[in-house]
Design a protein around this ligand. Sequence first.
Ligand SMILES: Cc1cc2nc3c(=O)[nH]c(=O)nc-3n(C[C@H](O)[C@H](O)[C@H](O)COP(=O)(O)O)c2cc1C
Length: 365
Amino acid sequence: MTTTTTAETLFQPVTLGAIELANRVVMAPLTRMRSGAAGIPGDLITEHYRQRAGLGLIITEGTYPSFDSQSYAGQPGIASDEQAEGWRRVADAVHADGGKIVVQIMHGGRTSHPDLNGGRRVMAPSAIAIEGELYTGAAKVPFAVPEAMTAEEIRASVADHVAAARRAIDAGLDGVEIHAANGYLLNQFLAPGSNHRTDEYGGSPQNRARFVVEVVTAVAEAVGAGRVGVRISPQHERQDAFEPDRDDVLATYGTLLDQLKPLGLAYLSLLHGEPAGDLAVELQRRFGGKVVFNSGFSTVTTVEEASELLRSPFIDAVAVGRAAIANPDLVARWQGGHPENEVRADLFYGGGAEGYTDYPYLPKA
Ligand SMILES: Cc1cc2nc3c(=O)[nH]c(=O)nc-3n(C[C@H](O)[C@H](O)[C@H](O)COP(=O)(O)O)c2cc1C
């Protein structure tokens, strides 16, 4: 295949489980912290996502499934019916403009803090704090030392994920993505650096993968596997979720994907810096289903990179982060070879319309 034909592939439809995408340019999940203290998506968020309905699929910003799991000021939740109603308005607006949208369900685990989650407990696989500080919206404070979850709390968290997924589907979203990447709760279970447990949820790769398998399986049973994706980021080492041993990474994510494979999920979202490297290829092969790929934070995803990724026989779509922030009409720009707006990173988090809904469209021809 030539580059031209793979670039064209980017703009071809693809079906991920029960979700039909008009093209393979997927909006990556992007935390923007504009949902206020109540965590209810309002008009501003609705407008932001509506503007981006031309992407093949929108994956929302990380959204908390239970109030204790909030990790950012102004983060939206899907822990209550009021929050789900906010998401219903977002989904209705995206659908009216021909788009598709899934909500990323993100339990923060030890990235949460009592100053963010209303004084609730902070829970994680083990009582190990992240080094450094987090911003609570009012001040910088040291990360909390979490409490190690009991087996009962693990079961309750599985139920929280299921309840959040049901709310999303009932509110008309096209599906859910379970966030098992970037150092949040599920990744904390997978990573030996954050999981020092000695029960059936810690130690061996099989045991560290157990909680993620349980969450994804239960959510798939509840809402249908064809509406469920999962995001992983092996070796990404975010937020002290250290995974230093390559063989262990392969064993851990390998057993995870072996167990997810028979579920028939909509997709695997794989974030890895070496798309053509042995590890990423082996994991995609093990999963055997549709893959949405993103190569990480180092450089902004370009149309050339996205087209190149699609040359892989394993990759079906590309998750695009910062370029989707800066260009509401990204697909039209990429397809027509038009220049892109400049990304305004200082306006990523919090604030209002500036750097959020005011990025210009291409002038009408
Ligand atoms: C402002 C910002 C917020 C992000 N929030 C999330 C998030 O909520 N969930 C997630 O899985 N990844 C998140 N990411 C990672 C992106 O999904 C993506 O992997 C990253 O931006 C690299 O892709 P890019 O080079 O296309 O921007 C975030 C990245 C940025 C820049």
